[in-house]
Design a protein around this ligand. Sequence first.
Ligand code: ATP
Ligand code: MG
Length: 447
Amino acid sequence: MLKRLLSYVSGNGKKKARTYQRQDIPRDQHNVSRSFISEPAKKVLSRLNNAGYEAYLVGGGVRDILLGGKPKDFDIATNATPEEVHDLFRNSRLIGRRFRIVHVLFGREVIEVTTFRGNAAEAQEDDDDDDRRTSEHGLLLRDNVYGNLEEDALRRDFTVNALYYCIRDFTVVDFANGIEDLENRQMRLIGDPETRYREDPVRMLRAVRFAAKLGFDIEPDTEAPIRELAPLLTHIPPARLFEEVLKLFSAGFGEATYDLLSEYNLLAPLFPETVQAINNGEPDELIRKALRNTDARIAQGKSVTPYFLFAAMLWPALQAEWRKRQDNGEPVQPALHMAIAKVIGRQVQATSIPKRFSGPMKEIWELQMRLPRRQGKRAFATMSHPRFRAAYDFLLVREASGEIEPGLGQWWTEFQETDERGQERMLTQLGSDGPKKRRRKKPTKKA
Ligand code: ATP
Ligand code: MG
């Protein structure tokens, strides 16, 4: 069964064989130490071991420690079934449909425990068990076949993600020459790249995400099919793509990730209208500037809000739609509202945007029209809006990106910093040098 996995035909039709052989790297030949692993992760590993199961740290946890970094989270692979894992940990829950996994919860830390997976595509050829199914595009619809450690390794996406650390004898187990790729700093898919992308097109996004985050190259055979297969991402449910977009842009390397996504045609399936607008000449400077700011915030340990990110990513699309409507004679304000509805309506067919984020995103956009109008009580009303701070930050990004003349941002900065008398003064000044307002007569109310 494994034999077929061991060789593959590469994209250009030439038969290439890459043999995978298990290598056990002893403690004195690697830098993974128990002290780099979180207490909860160690607890889960030893409890599984003590109950007689095999259990390993795997994925980003091992990869990032080997690279001298700090893992974002810890993933564990075991031969215990999800139910058995769940029975061992009171603080756990079974989740997922595509892959059933167990989350063991320790306060804010979540340890993800997966049961060794077998080769679902192989199994499908041998019998038609309902647990292994692929769609007409080669997409794996379900992948719940359990396997052993070696099969589990070869089902993982990249060689550098298929390294296992055993807490009992401190060895690192490498089935797919992951250590070598780690040393050469490259992302290489395990198996035939085209097949692996067809099984799960999200792997293309993962290739780019890790390449940007780790500063790795994408190995040539792994890179070759991406541009052509990128449209397969349109078959992925919008909710999953929303989650992937967040991972892509909130790892602290958003701008680099954005460049790679554009380079590999992967931005279009995620943000079709934005890409169309940019291709029609809409600048993407605001996106870059926003991502650069986001990267800086993450480097300082600050959080990023999904609605701000989406407000920026969709801004070129909104600008194009808004302008088109105004050119067709719609007044500014209604044109904006219609454009917002249109842009969101189309975007949610690509990536979903949960309501808790689309609401604030709209508000950021709408406030862009209110920020210039400050006379009378308006500045105070705008400033007390729950989304004022985000809208003000957005205005600063618009100015910094060269979309609008600087000035208004500085005014708002000062207005927030000064005291009440200073604010009064700023508003009076505005009244005298500001543009003359046309006052519309209030309709007289009928008694
Ligand atoms: P990080 O958590 O730092 O983003 P990671 O490598 O740990 O990176 P996860 O998404 O946490 O990534 O997944 C854990 C592991 O599960 C991966 O390292 C990989 O081995 C495997 N994996 C995740 N997604 C896929 C996929 N789509 N196809 C195959 N294997 C996957
Ligand atoms: Mg992880």
